[in-house]
Design a protein around this ligand. Structure first.
Ligand code: ADP
Ligand code: MG
Length: 688
């Protein structure tokens, strides 16, 4: 009956073809190539799994203290008890008295002598040969036995069609030129080896996936990725987008905005604006990431891009991941653009139905030139009259699908808008070379003048009273401060409760100051009112949940206390901390933590205290969380690289990149076959 179920469940796991099975590689191995006597096993089995065999001399089912089956086997040297806490009638039969079985597991000292708990059992003849290769253990989902997968894989490896799908594509010459010293097997041998490594294989290298058989597979996978990224790049260049060259006349919005700004662009801002401006004047869509640490001044660059587009009679849209951030952009853009006569529209999910309809009409009719909003821009039923530019702030907070989505809002399949993404989280080099290879990157690597470094302190929560004392003298100097309450993932209600408690405590402790509270449950007008009061210094201390994470800009607030800092991730604290250090006062960030502290949290806090370099922090973050989460790719549910680990295998990326270039230039036929083999339907995501 299990054999009938197996094909179904295997198919559910995506193992529906010989190729899929061949690429379902083991996560580890068991060594069943050796056999010891029961006597030897009792000694060795304390430390590791052992394999032994014998005849069943007793099989009994007990009901006390709980239902279990005890089986005793015997060979010439000793006896051994096997204990099963869960068992099926079929297993009772399999281990009937008189049968000869081979068992594998660790041995421990039980109540009644040496025993194996839940060993792997196989009925065999006493002289049944031992396997000559290690036994693979596969990733499996519930209801699929290892035996079923092994059988299916073994069959698949013998399937004649595999000869073709695993055949060697890569020209030998290319490989020896790129990697003269390589000793990699061809793909088919590598795959076979990984499924059935010989008894003397280097199991350490297999487990760590650094074995040359693994290298071969990883290289192929990266190669497919590099090829498709280069392809996507070429495809983008063939697409049509409106060209926005700089308008000569001094009445242009672009010139007007530059003139009206109360500051000069920094050199870095001027440089990236140049790069972006150049992209906008091309006939194919821009796909650029503007990277710059918190506070580096990305917004004004986005505004200049919007101005250029509007100068040509097109619309520009700015989308941000949270209502607060979107609103900050909205207020800023209104401040900059309304005096220049631009119609700025606002669209968020929290608008009343009537307001929403009005905004949508303005967007569709073209009355709105600049549109700022949240996900609502792609979720609601919006179509743009003439969208020329989409700016996506904090782009990694959006999924790949959502980034594709805004492209599709332009109205025509053949016509694309320019896209500018912005992020304060720098992309580590390995990611830039893989997932983001079709993205041009501009970096603002300089902060506006006059910024002060932020001193970060790490303090135990038990010193809370001291912290509040310090807060008091801080506020007495006429400065303002933030008090950030922790994220509680399990419960929004609990998160709110702690925020309210801290708010009440601080209100009581600091009676001479006005304390405000802002959190995600407030209506947007309420939130805006609190933020406005804080900006106007009518509120001196702002207690907040992580809703203030991005975009808030109050230069007089130069102190931030973060409660339960150990519960935050790297990027979050870095973002939060970026709220201070914007004025002329020395800035301080206090990370309060509660004990006990995990090793990871300890390291995190230490790193955050020692550096405010966004790149260092992003690298640490990457090694901790993996690229999927950092990119927002996790939301797409597709793990693009199955066998490659960007940290461990970084050196392979460059190699794959070179190989991809050569193949694209000289072997278009190989390129096609290679892509079909590796990517299939997943290629779509590379275009985002
Ligand atoms: P971020 O890159 O984090 O989005 P913002 O665009 O919000 O940063 O800019 C942070 C602050 O710096 C804003 O108050 C902005 O007006 C100001 N700013 C931006 N560019 C300059 C500049 N060149 N000189 C002085 N202040 C600037
Ligand atoms: Mg910003």
């Amino acid at each position: 009956m299990t054999t009938k179920q197996a094909p179904n469940t295997l198919q559910k796991m995506g193992l529906d073809s010989p190729m899929a099975l061949a690429l379902h590689l083991p996560s580890r191995y068991e060594d069943e190539t050796e056999l010891c006597t029961i006597e030897e096993g009792v000694i060795q089995g304390r430390f590791q799994s052992v394999q032994t065999q014998g005849v069943v001399i007793r099989n009994q089912v007990l009901f006390r203290p709980r239902r279990q089956m005890l089986v005793t086997i015997e060979d010439d040297t000793a006896t051994l008890q096997l204990r099963f806490l869960n068992f099926y009638p079929s297993q009772q039969k399999q281990m009937a008295v008189g049968t000869h079985i081979r068992v594998r597991g660790e041995i421990r000292e039980g109540f009644q002598g040496s025993e194996m708990v839940h060993p792997t059992v196989r009925a065999v003849t006493p002289d049944a040969p031992l396997p000559t290769s290690l036994t693979p253990v596969y990733p499996a989902s519930a209801g699929v036995s290892q035996a079923a997968i092994r059988k299916a894989v073994t069959q698949a490896l013998r399937d004649p069609s595999l000869q073709d799908s695993l055949s060697e594509f890569l020209p030998q010459k290319l490989m020896t030129e790129l990697l003269p010293s390589h000793d990699w097997p061809n793909l088919q041998s590598a795959i076979t080896y990984l499924h059935q490594p010989p008894a003397d294989a280097d199991t350490q290298a297999l487990l760590e996936r650094t074995h040359r058989a693994w290298r071969r597979v990883q290289f192929e996978e990266l190669l497919a990725q590099q090829i498709s990224l280069k392809r996507a790049h070429a495809i983008r260049r063939e697409r049509q987008a409106p060209r926005f060259k700089q308008q000569a006349e001094s009445k242009s919005l672009e010139a007007g905005l530059l003139k009206a700004l109360p500051f000069q662009l920094t050199t870095a801002q001027a440089r990236v604006w140049d790069e972006i401006g150049n992209d906008l004047s091309q006939s194919f869509p821009m796909n650029r990431l503007l990277q710059g640490d918190v506070g580096s001044g990305k917004t004004v660059v986005a505004a200049l891009a919007a101005a250029r587009v509007m100068d040509h009679g097109y619309q520009a849209a700015v989308m941000a991941p949270t209502e607060i951030l979107a609103e900050q952009h909205y207020l800023k853009m209104k401040e900059w653009f309304e005096p220049l006569g631009v119609q700025v529209a606002w669209l968020s999910g929290s608008l009343k139905a009537k307001e929403k309809r009005l905004a949508q009409e303005m967007i569709e009719g073209g009355g709105a030139q600049l549109i700022i909003g949240t996900h609502a821009l792609i979720q609601e039923n919006v179509s743009f009259a003439k969208l020329g530019l989409a700016v996506i702030d904090e782009q990694h907070r959006f999924g790949v699908r959502q980034r594709l989505e805004i492209q599709q809002r332009v109205g025509s399949e053949l016509f694309y808008c320019h896209q500018l993404m912005m992020s304060a989280t720098p992309i580590p080099r390995t990611l830039a070379m893989t997932y983001y290879a079709d993205l041009d990157v501009s970096a603002i690597d300089e902060l506006p003048p006059g910024r002060k470094p932020i001193a970060t302190k790490v303090i135990k929560a038990s010193r809370r009273d001291e912290v509040i004392g310090g807060l008091q003298s801080w506020l007495s100097k006429g400065l303002q401060a933030y008090w950030v309450c922790p994220l509680i993932e399990e419960s929004e209600a609990l998160q709110l409760q702690t925020a309210v408690e801290s708010f009440e405590q601080l209100t009581q402790a600091l009676p001479e100051f006005k304390v405000g509270l802002v959190h995600g449950r407030l209506k947007s007008e309420e939130k805006a009112a609190v933020m406005a009061a804080f900006k106007a210094n009518q509120i001196q201390l702002l207690v907040a949940t992580t809703v203030i994470e991005v975009g808030v800009d109050v230069p007089n607030a130069a102190l931030m206390v973060i409660e339960h800092a150990e519960r935050f991730g790297y990027a979050q604290i870095h973002q939060l901390r970026g709220r201070v250090g914007r004025g002329s006062a020395d800035s301080v960030c206090i990370l309060m933590y509660a004990e006990p502290l995990s090793l990871a949290a300890k390291e995190r806090l230490q790193t955050l205290r020692e550096t405010s370099d966004g790149f260092v922090i992003a690298e640490r973050d990457l090694s901790l969380r993996g690229p999927g989460e950092l990119l927002g790719a996790k939301q797409s549910g597709d793990a693009m690289l199955r066998f490659v680990d960007l940290q461990r295998d970084a050196w392979l990326i460059e190699l794959a990149q070179q190989a991809a270039e050569r193949l694209l230039a000289n072997h278009p036929d190989i390129v096609e076959r290679h892509l079909a083999r590796w990517l299939g339907s997943r290629a779509e995501f590379l275009k985002a």
